[in-house]
Ligand binder design. Sequence first.
Ligand SMILES: O=C(O)/C=C/c1cccc(O)c1O
Ligand SMILES: [Fe+2]
Length: 316
Amino acid sequence: MSHTPLLGKVEVAADVTAELDAHVETLRAEIERFDPTVIVLFAPDHYNGFFYDIMPPFCIGTAARAIGDFGSAEGDLSVPAELAQSLAQGVMDAGFDTAISRGMEVDHGAVQPLELLFGGLSTRPVVPVFVNGVAVPLTPMERIRGFGAAVGRHLATTEERVLYLASGGLSHDPPVPQWADADDQARAFLLAGRHPTTQARAARESRVFATAEAFSQGAASIRDLNPTWDQAFLESLAAGDLATIGGYDPEEMTRVAGHSAHEVRTWLAAFGALQAAGGDYSVVTRYYRPIREYIAGFGILSAAPLGSAPSPRRHG
Ligand SMILES: O=C(O)/C=C/c1cccc(O)c1O
Ligand SMILES: [Fe+2]
């Protein structure tokens, strides 16, 4: 599913909020029926936990703490360390040299789906898997599918009932600084801006709120949402056509869907894992709406291996 730190913090038409809430509720019930023993959470980061001083394409956390940006929950995630470590070994054995972290710091990108779907950070065991979706250079999209598949193949050898959960995207272009055009101060932040002062964090969050307000009034200079691109992406995922998405060109993605559209890498990894672990799948819940107030093409897509899925439902 998409995430946005503006959720619940800015005004959106009541019918849109109700529609989104209803789909989250559907997803919650779906997950409750599935009753996962572990959640593998593919999430990006927005220069809160990962910086240019060392920016891996992937990182598996054996312990993690949420930093609490934009009023999101702060505190420890419940990470099964042994499983996370064996997962890291498994994907390395499969040819993906993932980083690991024994003290990962995660932000709203990881936390929001945990809050929405599970009511908190530590109600279920979670293995956090960082997928870089913001800091160029970016690994090819096909590599992301392969990484996700390695995760799925490894976990299919365990007794775990795994929910692969992805957070990010779709098309959006929030005001996250880019190294290429950043001034010295912004570069210092991008390089190693961990644990900012309360003041610096507030200034950053105010900038996002101001951009969202201007964007909703058609007055921001960020790239527009791209519902056509978003729906095509969802359609390929729904059809199990991960090869098409694996062929996406990152530069083209930035151009047509915004700098943060690379967060869809988390979706590709999760569906890659699902396909590798369970074969063909069918869609259970699908939702999409471009929501300018949230600076988000907001999507939800859930799926289960064929034969195990409750009757598919299609929304919006
Ligand atoms: O972390 C930030 O500064 C902004 C993040 C953001 C803003 C708008 C939509 C999103 O999906 C974001 O992650
Ligand atoms: Fe994001």
